[in-house]
Structures are given as C-alpha cells and as structure tokens.
Design a protein around this ligand. Structure first.
Ligand code: IMP
Ligand code: MG
Length: 186
C-alpha cells in the first residue's frame, strides 16, 4: 500500500503539513541556538521512537556543538490511551553530570512519560534540563507541572500520527501530522 492509499484510507485530515512543520522547526532551532548561546557541552536526548524525525531535522538548525543520545521509553501499548506505566526500554549512554541536557520529545500528552524521564535524569546532576517538544496537547495533561521549554505546536485533543508519531508502530514515516480516522482504532 503506498502513501496515497494510506492517506485516503486512514487519515481524516492533515493538521500540520510538511511546509508548516519545517518552517516551525527552523524557528525552534534558531530559538534554541540563541538560548544556549556560548554553551559548549549540550547533550540532545531523543526519546525513541517518536522523536527521531524531529531530532534529525531540528538538530540541523542548531548552530551549537551538540552530542546525540537516545533513550527508549514505552508508555503506550497498541492503543491510543497512556497506560500510566512508563518503562525505560533502553537508557541513554552519555554521562550527563554537569552537562546541559536537551530532551527532545515528539508530543506531551498526559505528561506522565516526561515526568518519569525528567525525575530520573535529575538524579544524575546535569547542569540543566530543558525540554523541546514538537507537539503539545495541553487539554490532556495529568502532570500539570510538565511543560516544555520550547514548543512547536499546540494541538487539540485528537490522536495524531505521522512525522515520527505512530499508531501501533505505523505511519511514522509520513512527512506531515495527520489525524487518524476514528474507525481505525475504535
Ligand atoms: P504522555 O505520557 O501521555 O505524555 O504520552 C507521551 C507519549 O505518548 C508520546 O511520546 C507519544 O509516544 C505517545 N502519544 C501521545 N499522544 C499521541 C498521539 O496523539 N499520537 C501518537 N502518539 C501519542
Ligand atoms: Mg508512541
């Protein structure tokens, strides 16, 4: 099945197209570059798997000496509701003590995943922890204090896919953010 068919069959609407995504990511890159200014030791931590495309594109707009690292965290089963159980599937490799940590997330929904990750990483004594998320669904927040320092787009309470985000591991390779038809998971 090709992308045209996926689009026609499974997606209700495109809420952020490829051009809008890339424009905003460039702006975020400029904002983050200005924020860290003269810092020379920044670890970018990609939260797998959803943030992988965002990390790849965002990092190319950072005029900063960054190091890449990856952490695989699972908080969802195959459904669309957060289980509340966050599991570290793969920890990061870098020692972050005394270093600036930039966590790169695909979406903050209930905030449970981020809360768990931030609490755990704070115990490792980094110089700072900042969070950049591509998407934010503020209406769904359970962990009210969980806010990103840099935020791409606020979106309504709809289940979205594409540009890294999945439903049952599919659709991550779509270059836009779309809303999945409800009949796909009802
Ligand atoms: P939270 O713990 O509820 O904030 O959920 C965070 C994680 O759930 C994200 O990193 C995504 O992997 C996943 N997630 C939340 N909302 C969506 C969505 O609309 N589409 C796809 N994945 C989502
Ligand atoms: Mg996911």
């Amino acid at each position: 099945m090709n992308k045209d068919n996926i689009f026609q069959n499974d997606i209700a609407e495109i809420i952020i197209d490829e051009k809008q995504l890339q424009k905003r990511i460039k702006e975020l890159g400029e904002e983050i570059t200005a924020y860290y200014d003269q810092e020379d030791d920044i670890v970018m931590l990609c939260i797998l798997r959803g943030a992988i495309l965002f990390m790849a594109d965002l990092s190319r707009h950072l005029d900063l000496p960054v190091v890449f690292d990856f952490m695989d965290v699972s908080s969802y089963g195959a459904g669309t509701e957060s289980s509340g159980v966050v599991k570290i599937v793969k920890d990061m490799e870098e020692n972050i003590e005394g270093r600036h940590l930039l966590i790169v997330e695909d979406i903050i929904d209930t905030g449970r995943t981020l809360k768990h990750v931030v609490d755990m990483l704070e115990t490792r004594a980094p110089a700072s922890i900042k969070v950049v998320t591509l998407l934010d669904k503020p209406e769904r927040r359970v962990q009210k204090e969980m806010e990103a320092d840099f935020n791409g787009f606020e979106i309504p309470d709809k289940f979205v896919i594409g540009y890294g985000l999945d439903f049952a591991e599919k659709y991550r390779n779509l270059p836009f953010i779309g809303v999945l038809k409800e009949e796909m998971y009802a």
